[in-house]
Write a protein that binds this ligand. Structure first.
Ligand code: 73E
Length: 838
């Protein structure tokens, strides 16, 4: 049980079951919610009923704050940040809200005194997996920080009925299962049916002259879909602010069905309903891969149109005119997924609210900011003109108009530079014609940012190089951050307690305070406690692995962890080459002294990404051999833990000794797992990529295991002709490892199974594993040496955690507020009887 020091936020003079915080009141509220909401008595209640009753009890305690917060934001003069994201990877709500409200220990005690198993109830919650990975999780961390910093904010996204698939491993292969996260109900959301919005699709446009003889265009759609908002409260830590995450669900409007019934087309009517509701059915499980599917563009336009119409409604409700829209809302585009918003805001302003083009364009540019998250060419969004025109005919016209005016400016600045014009154009005309969403987002925003220093530099130089030349002032870097509430306090209460005992609890909302831990580095007792804490948590993970996956791991061994989406650029297979290298050393010399290691992997592969799935199979196949070879004598263990998600992240980051951040330099825009590991005292083995560079700068190069080519060296080697074959031939160790895979040693003699992977490495190796192999192995050997000196390792571990202040999402959000959004905190005051003595 956690002994984490709570910060008492409120104490009631007047209590009722909905707000009271005395033990008795909470106990009564649990029983009440079980009876009146779940309709159960203890004799018939299932664990899920109790979980639901508990969740409602916690939600009730946020409602006054939530209501108050929303009310304040409708006041004139309050600028609201609107974070538009196709993904919010929230993870379980219960513990997070308990921590943020400062009532974790209290509620846990009450639950246990009521004879219930708190941990069992907590684990029942289905996590909302409404995202693929880093990008969606970043949005969730940012929502937490916005509330904690008391910034008026609203997150807008999609209420997918099925989030990221559940992963099972069968015979070493990934199998995808639909994620039915809503099947037992979702106590954290409230549908706001009366705030439903209509969204149009398809059809055609028609030009006309209005009563003042002005040329206008109207859009005659062939489909209308209703967007129903579902609101989830997002609490801040130790403050009254509770912001809203508003997710849209698609529903078919009644009127369309009646029309069809009248002509007797019953099937057609019902079918149309199904098709409309498909829009928010399922999250596309591809990260970093753009697939030009019509439904994906429908999803994007659907949620963006709902959100912008919602904002306009709120703005007009304040009694403001649309000329000042950008003073009410700062809208951030989380990658290009919501970038159709640029054309949609123009359409709303020009077509529906009859604002002149130039003014509408000013409002639009002043409203939007655009965050780019990837440089990978295969991830850049583009839509064929035909697909675009079918779905959004009016938007295509608007994009043409924006483009014509924009290219006019470019031509004036760079006469006779048709190549530049072709690169900057919103339309790619090099082959089949496409709309380029990154260009649309860049032209339509006043600010463009990357997510780590290196990434922003590369963005300015390559992907958006021409835009940077044109408007250098628009560009800035905002290095990612993660919330220490979820990633330390919720997930690692033992470490949080230890830290708080030493330096007080302020670090939870001022992560730079962790620096104060450095003062205790010479304190042997503190180091012992630090080491013991890590050991205890590793013990819990070992038990979990044994109980859930039947694999025995040694909690004293070095826990070497790589958890992230499967992708060739992230190079999980480089990690495997290291494992095989160690295995080979043992086979060649069974008595060799080696540092015992447990290799832990987790991550999902996009269902259509064959190579990523083959890498999962390889990890499991190597694990089968290594784990069962008596020569290894349990000194190496390889476990692939299925269904990596936020909840499992919370279990694994605290238990790691070594964090694998081994992407090819220049490929990982930032990474955020790297930050979560280091905050929890893991050391990093990593390349000079993404935020690794800044982590290394902060923690000190002596506390970081660096290897591999730099981005420059990668480019150089590529341009002079990279030949992986040479590395294979010139490095006997590497050759042995590759030959062992090819020989069928890990595939029951099947020499074909891993051939696509091996051939890809030998003949192409686009992510340059072979070029980095030796340097990686050398760095891993240094890790082994370092781990043997536990005193020294502990010092490095403490320094890593102590120097992670920069990577709090609070710091990142402050920078966005000051440099992009021009947003300031607004204190939420509560009535005395709820506020208590806070
Ligand atoms: O480096 C990460 C970064 O830390 C990057 O790969 C990831 O975003 C994280 C947060 O900034 C990312 N995901 C996507 N693009 N970049 C993406 C692309 C398409 C669909 C879903 C996600």
């Amino acid at each position: 049980m956690t002994t984490f020091e709570q910060v008492p936020v409120f104490q009631c003079e007047f209590e009722d079951d909905r707000t009271g915080l005395s033990k008795e009141t909470i106990k009564r509220a649990l029983a009440d919610n079980l009876f009146y909401i779940q309709g159960k008595v203890p004799a018939t209640a299932t664990p899920n009923d109790y979980y639901m009753a508990l969740a409602y009890t916690v939600r009730d305690r946020m409602l006054q704050r939530w209501f108050k917060t929303t009310e304040v934001y409708t006041k004139k003069g309050v600028k609201v940040v609107s974070y538009l994201s196709a993904e919010f990877l929230l993870g379980p709500h219960l513990s997070n809200n308990l921590i943020n409200l400062g009532i974790y220990d209290l509620v846990r005690q009450v639950v246990e005194e009521s004879g219930l198993d708190f941990v069992q109830l907590r684990e029942i919650e289905e996590e909302p997996g409404l995202g693929n990975g880093g990008l969606g999780r970043l949005a969730a961390c940012y929502m937490d920080s916005l509330s904690t910093l008391e910034i008026p904010a609203i997150g807008y996204g999609i209420r997918y009925e099925f989030g990221i698939f559940d992963q099972e491993i069968r015979d070493g292969w990934q199998v995808e299962i639909t994620d039915k996260w809503l099947h037992l109900g979702n106590p954290w959301e409230i549908p706001r049916l009366e705030e439903t919005i209509e969204v149009k699709f398809g059809g055609r446009t028609e030009a006309y002259y209005d009563e003042k003889c002005r040329y206008r265009v109207r859009w005659i759609p062939d489909k209308v879909v209703k967007g129903v908002p579902y609101d989830t409260p997002i609490s801040g830590y130790n403050v009254n602010t509770v912001n809203t995450l508003r997710l849209w669900k698609a529903e078919a409007p009644e009127s369309f069905e009646f029309q069809a019934f009248n002509v007797g087309d019953y099937y057609g009517a019902v079918n149309r309903k199904v098709v409309s509701e498909n829009i928010t059915k399922v999250l596309y499980p591809n990260d970093e891969l753009m697939k030009g599917k019509e439904l994906r563009l429908e999803q994007q336009y659907f949620f963006v149109s709902c959100s912008l119409q919602d904002m306009i409604r709120l703005h007009l409700q304040k009694g403001e005119s649309l000329e000042t829209f950008h003073q009410s809302f700062a809208v951030q585009l989380n990658d290009t997924h919501p970038s159709i918003g640029v054309a949609e805001l123009m359409r709303l302003l020009v077509d529906e609210y009859e604002i002149e083009w130039d003014q509408a364009w000013q409002i639009t540019q002043n409203t939007f900011g655009y965050t780019n998250h990837t440089l990978l060419p295969e991830a850049l969004e583009k839509w064929t003109l035909s697909l675009f025109k079918n779905l959004l005919p009016r938007h295509l016209q608007i994009i043409y108009e924006i483009n014509q005016r924009f290219l006019g400016q470019v031509r004036a600045k760079y006469p006779n530079d048709s190549d530049r014009l072709a690169r900057l154009s919103l339309i790619d005309e090099s082959g089949e014609k496409y709309v380029r969403m990154a260009n649309l987002a860049s032209v339509g925003s006043h600010a463009i940012n990357g997510v780590a220093a290196l990434h922003t530099e590369l963005l300015k130089r390559d992907v958006l190089g021409d835009f940077h030349e044109l408007w250098p002032e628009k560009f800035s870097n905002k290095t990612n951050g993660v919330t220490p509430r979820r990633w330390i306090v919720v997930s690692n209460p033992l470490l949080a307690n230890l830290i708080t005992r030493k330096i007080g609890a302020d670090w939870i909302s001022h992560l730079e305070d962790l620096k104060q831990l450095e003062a205790f580095i010479e304190d042997a007792e503190f180091r012992r406690e630090w080491r013991q804490t890590k050991q205890d948590i590793k013990g819990y993970l070992a038990t979990y692995i044994k109980e859930n996956h039947g694999i025995e791991v040694n909690p004293e061994s070095l826990f070497d962890v790589q958890v992230k989406r499967l992708h060739e650029y992230k190079r999980q297979h480089l990690n495997v080459l290291h494992i095989i290298t160690l295995y080979k050393r043992i086979k060649d010399n069974p008595n060799i002294e080696i540092t015992p290691r447990t290799f832990i992997f987790g991550g999902k592969a996009a269902p259509g990404y064959f190579m990523a799935k083959l890498i999962i199979k390889l990890i499991n196949s190597v694990g089968d051999v290594v784990n069962n070879d008596p020569d290894v004598r349990d000194r190496l263990k390889v476990v692939f833990l299925p269904d990596y998600n936020v909840r499992f992240g919370q279990r694994v980051y605290p238990a790691a000794d070594l964090s694998e951040q081994i992407s090819t330099a220049g490929k990982e825009a930032s990474g955020t797992g790297n930050m979560k590991f280091a905050m929890n005292g893991a050391l990093t083995i990593g390349t000079l990529d993404g935020a690794n560079i800044e982590i290394r700068e902060e923690v000190g190069e002596e506390n970081f295991f660096l290897f591999g080519l730099t981005t420059e060296q990668v480019y150089e080697l590529k341009s002079k002709g990279y030949n992986p074959w040479d590395y294979y031939h010139n490095n006997p160790q590497l050759k042995q490892v590759i030959d062992l895979i090819s020989s069928g040693f890990f595939s029951h003699g099947d020499t074909n199974l891993f051939r696509p992977l091996v051939d890809s490495l030998l003949y192409h190796d686009p992510y340059m594993l072979f070029a980095d192999y030796q340097s990686y192995i050398d760095a891993q050997d240094q890790v082994n040496q370092a781990y043997r000196d536990q005193e020294h390792w502990t010092r490095m571990s403490i320094l890593n955690a102590a120097r992670m202040g920069k990577f709090s999402s609070d710091r990142a959000i402050l920078e966005y507020c000051q440099e992009i959004w021009n947003a300031v905190p607004v204190k939420i005051e509560l009535e005395e009887y709820i506020q208590g003595r806070a």
